[in-house]
Design a protein around this ligand. Structure first.
Ligand SMILES: Cc1ncc(COP(=O)(O)O)c(C=O)c1O
Length: 389
């Protein structure tokens, strides 16, 4: 098909040309001085993206799921209790991961479409009188529902309950796109992947860990090898990895961190917020509903839209790709067939969002849903003009 694929899934995101050029460089010796210089230059800048001075970043050749596993096996011992708030497919997957690793999981299943509130978190933590819960897992941006949780609220709940559990946060579809502040919000372990706000191909899993999490890792008894922080940290100090690193992705990370710094994180967040609101204005103009229940929790990186009666979401997604070269995200788990998701994160601008919205409108019309052509596009255009940079 002529033209490029409009990859508007909620990650992996479109690769900026600068990143493509960076990852196309020849491989270098990963035990040599040039590589050590690269790694030593990357880690402090990665701290900046996590907004931490006290935290320690770690990079693994892995997907996001791998570093979620790393977060638990490095800080917990077999049978330890993890409190998991599940609000969508990815948080449910995390609870399963923890169970499969042999931890005891207290799963608090909350309605899909909402975030975790301070009261919900406080209630569970205050009830844990013997302090059996060792880690609290929450997700900053639930990619399956397009819902953000205010991490400050979860931190407040821990503090109010005077609970010592580690706060483990999945910010796979948040970091580099929506505000995240490791130190200020008292996050102990943040996990993310390369393929979303960090503008890279899939293949790097990243964590940032607090001093408290590092102390916990010294007595944690879970078996670990590939994801062992101690081995990684020891090697990183000299600029190396304990095994073969994803060299070209690290070249890409060097470039994408430059790009984020050039734009400035506050501007990056503001751009995501502005583009997301444009998408939401379009959805409202189509007369469709978001999966997100509360406007203030609607995600700035992905919008999950409930398809109208009589329109199968998977048919819409298939049509959009086959006819318009537009890739949208599908509904996950119980939302399958009922929801489509528009990814609006990474290196993206207003015109790309408008093209995406135009494609969705045409696909809806082809499936006989009587959306007025141009209605969503016009609503977003109006918003973008009124809310310039
Ligand atoms: C919020 C969230 N958590 C975890 C994951 C899993 O990450 P990965 O597929 O990189 O293992 C994803 C993937 O999209 C995600 O969006």
């Amino acid at each position: 098909m002529a033209g490029r694929l409009f990859l508007q899934i909620p990650g992996p995101t479109n690769l900026p040309d600068r990143v493509v050029r960076a990852i196309s460089q020849p491989i270098i010796n990963h035990r040599g001085a040039e590589f050590a210089k690269l790694v030593k230059g990357l880690l402090p800048r990665l701290k900046g993206v996590f907004r931490t001075e006290r935290g320690t970043p770690l990079i693994f050749p892995s997907s996001g799921t791998g570093v979620s596993e790393a977060a638990l096996v490095n800080t917990l011992s077999p049978g330890d209790k993890v409190l998991c708030f599940t609000i969508g497919n990815f948080s449910v997957a995390y609870a399963k991961l923890a169970r499969n690793l042999g931890f005891q999981v207290e799963e608090v299943a909350l309605p899909w479409g909402s975030g975790v509130s301070e009261e919900q978190a406080y209630e569970r933590l205050a009830a844990d009188r013997d302090r059996g819960i060792k880690a609290v897992f929450t997700i900053q941006n639930e990619t399956s529902t397009g819902v953000m949780t205010d991490l400050r609220a979860v931190r407040r709940a821990l503090d109010r309950a005077d609970h010592p559990a580690l706060l483990v946060v999945d910010t796979v579809s948040g970091l580099g796109s929506i505000d995240f502040r490791m130190d200020e919000w008292g996050v102990d372990i943040a996990v993310t992947g390369s393929q979303k706000g960090l503008l890279l191909p899939p293949g790097l899993g990243m964590l940032c860990v607090s001093e408290k999490a590092l102390v916990a890792s010294q007595s944690a008894k879970s078996p670990r090898h590939y994801f062992d922080w101690a081995a990684m940290l020891e090697n990183n100090r000299k600029g190396f990895f304990p095994y073969t690193p994803a060299t070209t992705l690290l070249f890409g990370l060097d470039e994408s961190l430059k790009m984020l710094a050039e734009e400035g994180l506050p501007n990056v967040f503001a751009r995501h917020a502005r583009l997301a609101e444009g998408v939401r204005k379009a959805v409202a103009a189509w007369g469709l509903k978001l999966v997100a229940h509360k406007p203030e929790e609607a995600s700035n990186t992905i919008t999950a839209v409930v398809t109208p009666q009589g329109v199968d979401a998977d048919a819409l997604i298939a049509l959009a790709e086959a006819r318009f070269n537009l890739a949208l995200g599908n509904g996950l788990g119980p939302l399958s067939g009922k929801v489509f998701r528009i990814g609006h994160l990474g290196q993206l601008n207003e015109l790309e969002v408008l093209a995406t919205l135009g494609g969705v409108e045409m696909a809806l019309r082809q499936l006989k849903h009587p959306v007025p052509l141009g209605s969503g596009v016009a609503a977003a255009q109006g918003w973008f003009l009124e809310n310039g940079r």
